[in-house]
Design a protein around this ligand. Structure first.
Ligand code: ARG
Length: 461
C-alpha cells in the first residue's frame, strides 16, 4: 500500500508514481542505514540531555532505533520506494515501534544535516577500511621485493630500454605511491570528520541543542562553524574522490605493466591459473583479466570525480536536491577501489610468477649499460659530454656489427679511448651496473636494503 508522503497535509494531491520513483533514493541510500541509526541515536540522546524532549522518551527513541538496527541486520527491514529515502524509512518504522514519541525524533534536525552526518560517518568508516587494504597491498609488494633484491629487470624510459634496475626497486616505487595514498586518505579523513549535525535545514535551530555533545558521541573531531556551509559542503566527498582516483592511477599503472610483462613480447612474468582467464575460442590463451579490469575500472572512478565537481559548481547555497547525486558517486567509487585493491593484492600474493632466467637474459642482451661506459670515462676525467658522444659512436658501430658492448675486445676499447682498462668488463656487467647506482633512492642493492627496512618500519605502525 502506498503511504502518504510526509508533507501530505500541505499538498492537495499525491505525487505521480513515476515522479515518486524518480525522486526516491531509498534504493541506494539504504547503504547508509547503520550510520543513519547511529546519527539518530546521538541526536535522540542530545534531545534528552538538553531537555528538549523528556529523557524517558529519548530512551524510548534510542531503544526503538536499536531495534531497527537489529531488524535490518536480520533482513527484516526492507523499506519500499514509498519511503522515499532511508531517513523517512527509519522515522516511519520508529513511530510504528515506539508510537508518538517517534514523531519527536526529528525535533531540531533536518534531513539536510542528517544526510550530511550519515555520509561523513559512512566515508570515515570506508576510508579506514581502504587504508588497511592499502597496508595489505603494500605488504604484498614488500614480500615480493624482499625475495627479489638481486633480480634484475630492464628499466625503461619512453618504453625503451634505459638502465637495468632491481625488481625490488621497481616494486618499491609502487610501495611509495601507495604510501602517499595512505597518507592522503589520512589527510582527507580530517576534513571528513567534521559534524554538520545541528546545522538544521540551513540556518541552525530555535532549540537549545548541544552540537558539541552529538559530535563527541559520534567521534567527530569538530563541528562545522557555519550552518549554511555545513549542510551544503561536499568538498570532503570531492577530496575523497581525488584520493580514490590517485589510488586507481597507481593500480592502473601497475596493471598496465603486469599486462605487458605477461605478454609474449616481454615474457617477464607468468600468470598463475588462479588469477588468469581463458578464451572461449582460442585454446592457447591465458588472459590477464584482473589487471585489465582494474585498468578499466579506473575510468569509472575518474568519472565519479568529474561528476561530483560538475554537480557542485553551480549550486547556490545551501542544500539543493542535486546533492542527492553524491551518493552513487561515492558508493560506487568506494566499492570499486575496495574491489580493485582486493583483487590486485591477491594477484600479487599468488598470481604472478616472475621468470628470473628470462629477466636475466633481457638485461644482458641490450645496450642499457651504455651510460655506465660514459660514466667510466667521466670518472677517469673525460668530460661527460665527450664520453657520451664517444659511447654513442660505439653503440652505432656495435649495432652495425651485431655486437653488444661486452663483446668488444680490450684493444677495441682502447682504440676508442686509451683510458679503458680490463675493469671495463666488470663495470658494464648488469649486476654491477645496478649495484653501482648507490646514490640515495637509487637502485643500488645497498640502497634497496635500506629502503626495505624503512618501509617495513613505516607500515609497522
Ligand atoms: N535523500 C536526500 C539526499 O540524499 C536527503 C536530504 C533531503 N533533503 C531535502 N531537503 N529534500 O540528499
Amino acid at each position: 500500500m502506498t503511504q502518504q508522503p510526509n508533507w501530505s497535509e500541505r499538498f492537495e494531491s499525491a505525487l505521480h508514481p513515476a515522479i515518486a520513483r524518480f525522486n526516491a533514493s531509498i534504493n541506494f541510500d539504504i547503504e547508509l542505514i547503520e550510520y543513519d541509526l547511529t546519527g539518530s541515536i546521538a541526536h535522540a540522546k542530545m534531545l534528552g540531555k538538553c531537555d528538549i524532549i523528556p529523557p524517558a522518551e529519548a530512551e524510548q527513541l534510542v531503544a526503538g532505533l536499536e531495534q531497527i538496527r537489529q531488524e535490518y541486520r536480520e533482513g527484516k527491514f526492507n523499506p519500499g520506494i514509498d519511503a522515499e529515502d532511508v531517513h523517512f524509512a527509519v522515522e516511519r518504522r520508529l513511530t510504528e515501534i515506539v508510537g508518538d514519541a517517534g514523531k519527536k525524533l526529528h525535533t531540531a534536525r533536518s534531513r539536510n544535516d542528517q544526510v550530511g552526518t550519515d555520509t561523513r560517518l559512512y566515508l570515515r568508516d570506508q576510508i579506514q577500511q581502504i587504508r588497511s587494504q592499502l597496508r595489505e597491498f603494500q605488504t604484498a609488494l614488500l614480500d615480493i621485493a624482499d625475495n627479489n633484491v638481486e633480480t634484475l629487470i630492464p628499466g625503461y624510459t619512453h618504453l625503451q630500454r634505459a638502465q637495468p634496475v632491481s625488481l625490488a626497486h621497481h616494486l618499491l616505487a609502487y610501495y611509495q605511491m601507495l604510501q602517499r595514498d595512505w597518507e592522503r586518505l589520512g589527510d582527507v579523513s580530517r576534513r571528513v570528520n567534521i559534524s554538520p549535525l545541528g546545522c538544521g535545514a540551513l540556518a541552525g535551530t530555535t532549540f537549545p541543542i548541544d552540537r558539541h555533545y552529538t559530535a563527541e558521541l559520534l567521534k567527530f573531531d569538530k563541528v562545522y562553524a557555519n550552518s549554511l556551509d555545513g549542510v551544503s559542503d561536499r568538498d570532503f566527498a570531492i577530496e575523497f574522490l581525488c584520493a580514490a582516483s590517485l589510488i586507481m592511477v597507481h593500480l592502473s599503472r601497475l596493471s598496465e605493466e603486469v599486462i605487458l610483462w605477461a605478454s609474449e613480447e616481454f615474457r617477464f612474468v607468468t600468470l598463475k591459473d588462479s588469477c588468469a582467464t581463458g578464451s572461449s575460442i582460442m585454446p592457447q590463451k591465458k588472459n590477464p583479466d584482473v589487471p585489465e579490469l582494474v585498468r578499466g575500472k579506473t575510468g569509472r572512478v575518474f568519472g565519479h570525480l568529474q561528476a561530483m565537481l560538475v554537480i557542485m559548481k553551480g549550486l547556490p547555497l545551501a542544500y539543493n536536491k542535486d546533492l542527492q547525486e553524491d551518493k552513487e558517486c561515492l558508493f560506487d567509487s568506494v566499492n570499486t577501489v575496495k574491489g580493485c585493491l582486493e583483487a590486485m593484492t591477491i594477484l600479487l600474493k599468488e598470481g604472478l610468477e616472475f621468470r628470473p632466467q628470462r629477466l636475466a637474459s633481457a638485461v644482458a642482451s641490450d645496450f642499457s649499460n651504455a651510460t655506465d661506459v660514459a660514466d667510466y670515462l667521466a670518472a677517469k676525467g673525460v668530460p661527460f659530454r665527450e664520453a657520451y658522444n664517444l659511447v654513442g659512436k660505439v653503440v652505432k658501430t656495435s649495432i652495425a656489427a651485431d655486437k653488444l658492448l661486452k663483446d668488444l675486445t680490450l684493444l677495441e676499447w682502447q682504440q676508442i679511448h686509451p683510458a679503458f682498462q680490463e675493469d671495463i668488463y666488470e663495470a658494464i656487467a648488469p649486476r654491477q651496473v645496478v649495484a653501482a647506482r648507490n646514490s640515495y633512492g637509487g637502485t643500488g642493492f645497498a640502497q634497496i636494503e635500506k629502503a626495505l627496512l624503512a618501509a617495513r618500519t613505516e607500515i609497522a605502525f
